[in-house]
Design a protein around this ligand. Structure first.
Ligand code: NAG
Length: 345
């Protein structure tokens, strides 16, 4: 590494000690394997933790720090985009928009999160480190930053905080973090028990089996449960908000809850108690209710449309509770009419 000293910088910006920042620009490609560490020295609950990959539906990987997901030692940077080649995924931004937007990894064409490798000094040790400074996401204005916010099982999930964001929820703080490249010279064996899937909820496995099942019967692997005897029919896998241009934030905007005991029946009961006609489960643990479905979000009746609903319920691994930005949508049957699930073809 070619480390050139900048005397002026050292003299002016530095009090006691500071690492020497090389002047040679860093390439936007990092071919050696690395871990991604998050830093925010004022926030010990996230400081120096590592980005884990959590297997989600459709081959996607969601990004967490804390006990959720699998420690990942072999990330690379390709044209400023974080890649995990073994899974064929790269970091993108989109989906699950509320006050911030999700950053996750996928093989699909969602807008990439673009980073610029930049030398900096470690806030604790003063050692030279390479940070991944957030630049933009494809086709979007530059600016904003990456942050992490509290999620299930004491974890934090990665989010993108847009520039000039006014949609701040004081109860759902998103902690601004610096992403740091930690080169992994000695790769631990990827099959060791420390890298097992023990911390991954059941959503991580067997998603393919649920995606091929038909909707005309309801074995445990079918993407919905038959609630007709309790007055709800399954109407499909409805899209949730995906892009800021989607209009309405939520497909079922009127009430919601998030629990470790989520099932479709429990959600239907929750929404019934609130007097709502529609109940939808999402993201394993969420239950959403609506008086109506936002018009542009009505689900299709094709088998293919069910594929996005592939997360298992927190309260019952045998059931599907929506997916990533997808609701397993149930509708209260009108009294007097036959209560039948939609048939998917
Ligand atoms: C740490 O997080 C707080 C809250 O998001 C933020 O205001 C602060 O700028 C962050 N510090 C760094 C160094 O990123």
């Amino acid at each position: 590494m070619n480390r050139k000293i900048i005397p002026a910088l050292l003299a002016s910006a530095v009090t006691a000690s500071a690492c020497t920042i090389p002047t040679d620009p860093l390439d936007n490609n990092i071919a050696y394997p690395f871990r991604a560490q998050v830093q925010n020295a004022t926030r010990p609950e996230v400081h120096n933790k590592y980005m884990n990959l959590f297997e989600a539906g459709g081959g996607d990987r969601h990004l967490f720090i804390g006990p959720v997901g699998v420690p990942t030692y072999d990330l690379t940077l390709v044209d400023g985009v974080i890649n995990h080649v073994p899974d064929g995924v790269r970091a993108v931004i989109g989906g699950e928009i509320d006050h911030t937007t999700k950053m996750f990894m996928t093989g699909r064409g969602d807008p990439r999160a673009i980073f610029k490798p930049t030398y900096a000094c470690n806030p604790d040790t003063d050692a030279l480190q390479i940070e991944l400074r957030f630049v933009t996401w494809q086709d979007q204005p530059t600016g904003g930053h990456i942050c992490v916010r509290s999620s299930f099982e004491e974890s934090h999930e990665f989010r993108y905080y847009p520039p000039g964001n006014t949609l701040v929820d004081p109860n759902r703080e998103c902690i601004k973090v610096t992403l740091v490249v930690i080169p992994t010279t000695d790769l631990p064996p990827q099959t060791s028990t420390t890298l097992s899937t023990s911390t991954i909820p059941a959503t991580s496995t067997t998603t393919t089996s649920t995606r091929t099942s038909t909707a005309t019967s309801t074995p445990s692997s079918a993407p919905f449960v038959d609630l007709t005897s309790s007055g709800f029919r399954f109407v499909g896998c409805a899209p949730e908000e995906r892009w800021t241009t989607d209009g309405a934030f939520r497909t079922l905007p009127d009430a919601s809850t998030s629990t470790d005991t989520n099932t479709n029946a429990a959600c239907a009961a929750f929404c019934t108690a609130g007097g709502f006609k529609y109940a939808g489960t999402e993201w394993s643990r969420e239950c959403w209710c609506g008086k109506a479905v936002v018009a542009t979000r009505w689900p299709a009746t094709t088998l293919a449309s069910l594929e996005g609903c592939n997360f298992r319920c927190t309260g019952d691994e045998g059931e599907i509770c929506g997916g990533d930005a997808r609701l397993s949508l149930y509708e209260k049957c009108d009294s007097g009419e036959a209560c039948e699930n939609v048939v998917f073809t």
